[in-house]
Design a protein around this ligand. Structure first.
Ligand code: RI2
Length: 308
């Protein structure tokens, strides 16, 4: 359990971050946990696995890739401990491989939507969005990128390092320069923490104002999302919880001393309605936001009528 707790802590503190990375790290933690799990009965085994699963799922509430990865991994149909252990290990390994393949497929598919000469704007640090961008560049498309800083955690710094390693010309801007710079942009490409059944995108705070600015300028907004980032429970009417992170990520608490009337908020994500999204690039292919239900049904096995 120590190793699993360690992974949980790293996800909570964002040492491990990015919706896809979180999911694979959680599946790995579950797999390694069950490998050496002592249990006399299947009931004891299941109880311990459920507890471990909840520890991981409770670390960050928004990225649906996390519960999807965990519940896909721990689901088993066996009645004895050794068979259940084996099934969970296989499930987790399958998920990890699927996630790796998904990034590669997204690169191949997404790169076709980027044209030679494009200036692409991106926000936060999405491995899926970067996969499409770097694959397009590797195919010989002469592109450049504008990346936001992405306050408060400044994931834009990860983008400039990654893109620089690929020799891709990149411009770094503060988040509030998004609208001002939109006149230079051919398309906006962002990742996803979750996509709900109505095709809405939940992604890093600031994505929705980027989407508004793109919409106003008639610039296409492309979302890049693996099929495991679609939220099945939204079929049942569940809302995706927006994570509120510690306010010391935004401002030094010392600066608030003697300011008793000041409150600081740090919502980590926001919601972009489907009408601002031109298409969603998944590892299964390109879809319109209105096809989110199809992905949930075909790739996660949930459908209308499953009311919980
Ligand atoms: P990939 C990140 O969340 C960003 O919001 C990013 O757009 C999204 O996950 C998807 O990232 P955070 O962990 O899975 O930085 O594409 O809060 O890497």
């Amino acid at each position: 359990m120590n190793q699993l707790q360690d992974t949980a802590e790293k996800i909570r503190t964002m040492e491990i971050r990015g919706a896809g990375r979180i999911a694979s790290a959680a599946a790995t933690a579950i797999r390694d946990y069950v490998k050496n799990l002592d249990a006399e009965t299947i009931q004891e085994f299941d109880d311990k696995v459920q507890k471990a699963a909840k520890t991981l799922v409770n670390t960050r509430p928004t990225a649906v890739s996390l519960p999807n990865a965990v519940w896909m991994s721990v689901k088993h149909s066996k009645t004895n401990v050794d068979d259940a252990r084996e099934e969970i290990i296989n499930n987790a390994n399958r998920f990890i491989k699927q996630a790796d393949n998904a990034l590669e497929n997204i690169g191949k598919i997404g790169s076709k939507r980027i044209q030679d000469g494009d200036v692409v704007m991106t926000h936060c640090n999405s491995h899926a969005a970067l996969s499409a961008i770097t694959t397009a560049f590797e195919k010989g498309k002469n592109i450049s990128v504008i990346t936001t800083e992405s306050r408060p955690r400044k994931q834009g710094l990860l983008n400039i390092k990654h893109l620089n390693d690929y020799n891709i010309p990149t411009t770094y801007i503060v988040d509030s320069a998004v609208r001002s710079c939109m006149k230079d942009v051919d398309k906006v490409i962002v990742g996803a923490d979750a996509i709900s059944v109505n095709g809405a995108l939940i992604n890093k705070i600031g994505t929705s104002q980027l989407a508004l600015a793109a919409h106003e300028s008639r610039v296409n907004l492309l979302v890049v999302a693996e099929t495991y980032k679609f939220s099945p429970s939204t079929i049942q009417g569940e809302m995706i919880e927006i994570e509120d992170r510690p306010t010391d990520e935004v401002i030094n608490p010392d600066d608030l001393r003697d300011l008793p009337y000041v409150e600081v908020k740090n919502p980590a994500f926001d919601i972009t309605p489907a009408e601002y999204i031109d298409l969603i690039i998944t590892d299964a292919g390109v879809i319109s936001p209105s096809m989110a239900y199809f992905i949930i049904k075909e790739y996660q096995g949930w459908e209308l009528g499953d009311i919980g």
